[in-house]
Design a protein around this ligand. Sequence first.
Ligand code: NAD
Length: 336
Amino acid sequence: MLRVCVIGMGAIGNKHAKAYVDSKNAELAGVCDIRRDRAEAAGERFSVPYFLDAEEMLRELKPDICSITTGGKEYSSDHYLPTMQALNAGCHVLGEKPISDNLRHAAEMVETAKKLGLCYGIDMNHRFTPAARQAKKWQDDGRIGELLFCNMALWIGKFMPLDSPYYHLKALNPHSVNIMQYFMGPVDLVSCFAMKATGRDIWSTASINMKFECGAVGHLTSSYDIRRGHPMERCEVAGINGRMIFEDMWREATLYPSETYLKEVYTNPVFDGYKGFDDTFRNRIWTFVDQVERGDKPEDIDGSGLEGLEAQRVIHAAIRSLDNGGIPVKVSEVFD
Ligand SMILES: NC(=O)c1ccc[n+]([C@@H]2O[C@H](COP(=O)([O-])OP(=O)(O)OC[C@H]3O[C@@H](n4cnc5c(N)ncnc54)[C@H](O)[C@@H]3O)[C@@H](O)[C@H]2O)c1
């Protein structure tokens, strides 16, 4: 049984803690928040000791795994400190997305985990669903073939004041870019245009073109401006052998094979299927626990820190392009 702690007890930290409590292979040992009200409430909710200081908790409880569910500027600047503390205490770490607002911090966290031989994952929960796995299986079985294009779209309504003009690009798109890279591989070139919708002071809707290293092309539309999404996410991947659409994370995946007019559809079952967004957290977190329990190599972690870093590098390249009138930017040349 793996012993787990969670650092950062906002809404998302509570989702992680609940997933560990419900896991067969993990036991929640403690929770921590620098805010006493949140630490105490989570400690009471899960009947575990609570701490206001992460290092103290790591020293006392010596967990095997630590979830880092802090936030901060651009929903991510606070991840660096507790991630480094947890890694240096010898924990495998599952961090929230975005990996960091700062690419140099992100690279240092990835490098530290590698140097210490520890597993480091990022909560790319949107693709930890049976529908996404089915889509990947079609691809692995050769049903897509040589890749041609990927069209991705992700939108939610987020209207509160935000702390940076790039918040939407950096905080929402780790999911969408990671999904694109999952099917298409690394991104070579990026070009971005964006708008500030009426009444907004951030780049709230964006259009990003990509060229992948494999030669295929891609496009991402993302927005914080749509009040009611339904669905909120859509990924289309096309190759010479077929085209597939993976709809709204867990709801449906459809394959349109090139050789027939018969399509194949995976539909989320009414019973035993995904009932809501929280199931994506559970599936992602349990996958990490299973990989650590099995002793998988750090480089084999599905949704790794390195994937989180690569997704963020594409987003930083898009921001550089946006700031320069949409010129193409080479991702491999972006380090901060
Ligand atoms: N995967 C997803 O689908 C998804 C969805 C929403 C948010 N998120 C991510 O989850 C993270 C948390 O989101 P939230 O809404 O719960 O944020 P939040 O700001 O409400 O909570 C973060 C908590 O971390 C605490 N904290 C900060 N630094 C700390 C430290 N060094 N030690 C202990 N506690 C510390 C803060 O006091 C705060 O209570 C963000 O990175 C966000 O991007 C992920």
